[in-house]
Design a protein around this ligand. Structure first.
Ligand code: PLP
Length: 422
């Protein structure tokens, strides 16, 4: 043998994001080949109940042919074109109109991105530019919460409330500050110490996701929204996880709670992950300075794939499907089911807390946090695909089509896995 064929493959080639590759080299990769409903299958055709809907995104379940058909039809017609300047594929325009119709604030404009981190960077830059356009260029400080996850571009990393996610890069974005995740008073105190005339925006996940599924304390979101209004600070809802139904019963947590954000960062559930796409829903207050006739204001920001037509076609088909199958209510049912079935696990001596009860999300906080990664691998023996999140919690965020029986099956498997822990 010669050339590439002679090489011994001692290590995998794929560099997995957010992974200890030294450990992956030891344990190997779990290579998936297909999915159907709430299940995924590996190369040996072993079946796993997908407890996390991938990374909180396959909200309509796997294997939805109509989403593939929508992409294929669009790709044959016009896969994508630029949306810079005055160009726009018809499908992209249709999706923007559709999103305006369901946005938490009427009259929103839609700025498309390629994913959640893009949406956060877009919102961060838009917030600072907005204040420049208002003649208040000193309003630059971006606030976020401890435990927060806002993606991994520069802005999102600088806003990260999970300490490990910020470490090792130096200061990426000047003028960022953090408040306590569960205290509106902490936000008020920080604004007062920094000076409201210096603060541009507050970034807030309605339910903290990757930081460990922490539900907002009663009244917290209404309080922080009010504090932002009082101090003339933009309120940015990061609904990358909660958007498009996962909050349960409505398209967005912000609509359900009447938060009226100045911007909503979204991605994931927009296409149920069938195509990479994000969107920032921008309320009139923020877009108006950029749309004044003859003012010559450009927002010099955007991505090659902003408003990608094939992704937009998938998004439209996905929103149709959610509506047709009543999956906003489906998510509310899954939320209740998770709360009911997982709560008893809190009594297990390997568990300190089960966080659930709002949205189709839950976390099982293990008593010994470093064991969470191992648990997430070992539970595959019971046919469950999940992952560790936060500091030693197990993430649960299934598709909105998971049945009550499947949630029971999940709870039983988790209990069996906990019983087997050494
Ligand atoms: N914001 C939140 C709340 C998220 O959960 C995520 C991803 O998990 C992001 C932003 C970043 O999204 P993406 O990974 O698509 O860039």
């Amino acid at each position: 043998m010669s050339g590439a064929g002679a090489r011994v493959r001692s290590m995998g080639t794929l560099w997995h994001p957010f992974s200890d590759m030294g450990a992956v080299e030891q344990t190997g990769e779990l290579i998936l080949t297909r999915g159907e409903g709430v299940h995924v299958y590996d190369r040996d055709d072993r079946r796993y109940l997908d407890a996390t809907a991938g990374l909180w995104f396959t909200n309509v379940g796997h294997g939805r042919g109509e989403l593939a058909d929508a992409a294929a039809e669009q790709m044959r017609r016009l896969a994508a074109y630029s949306t810079f300047g005055d160009y726009a594929p018809d499908t992209t325009v249709a999706l923007a109109d559709r999103l305006e119709g369901i946005a938490p604030v009427a009259g929103s404009k839609i700025f498309f991105t390629s994913g959640g981190s893009d949406s956060i960077d877009t919102a961060a830059k838009m917030a600072r530019r907005y204040w420049v356009e208002q003649g208040r260029p000193d309003k630059t400080v971006l606030l976020s919460r401890s435990k927060a996850y806002h993606g991994m571009h520069y802005a999102g990393t600088a806003l990260a409330g999970i300490p490990g996610n910020r470490e090792g890069y130096g200061e990426l974005v000047p003028d960022t500050a953090q408040v306590e995740w569960d205290s509106a008073e902490s936000l008020r105190a920080t604004i007062e110490s920094v000076g409201a005339d210096r603060v541009a925006a507050f970034f807030c996940e309605p339910i903290i996701g990757a930081g460990g599924v922490y539900l907002p304390p009663e009244g917290y979101l209404a309080d922080v929204r009010k504090i932002c209004t009082e101090h003339d600070i933009l309120f940015v809802a990061d609904e990358v996880i909660t958007g498009y139904g996962r909050f349960g019963g409505s398209w967005f947590a912000s609509s359900a709670l009447g938060l009226e954000p100045d911007m909503v960062a979204t991605a994931k559930g927009l296409t149920s992950g069938y195509a990479p796409m994000g969107a920032v829903l921008v309320a009139p207050r923020v877009w108006e300075p950029f749309f004044r006739p003859d003012a010559g204001v450009w927002f010099r920001h955007g991505y090659t794939y902003s408003g990608h037509a094939a992704a937009a076609a998938v998004a439209l088909a996905n929103l149709d499907l959610i509506e047709r199958e009543g999956l906003l209510d489906g998510a509310a049912r899954v939320a209740e089911s998770l709360h009911r079935e997982l709560a008893p696990l809190a009594e297990h001596d390997r568990v300190v807390e089960v966080r659930s009860g709002l949205g189709a999300v839950a976390a099982i906080q293990l008593a010994d946090p470093p064991t969470a990664m191992r648990f997430a691998v070992d539970i595959r023996r019971h046919g469950i695909a999940t992952r560790a999140c936060g500091a030693g919690a197990i993430q649960i965020s299934p598709a909105f089509v998971m049945s009550d029986e499947q949630v029971q099956e999940l709870a039983a498997a988790l209990r069996a896995g906990l019983d087997e822990m050494e």
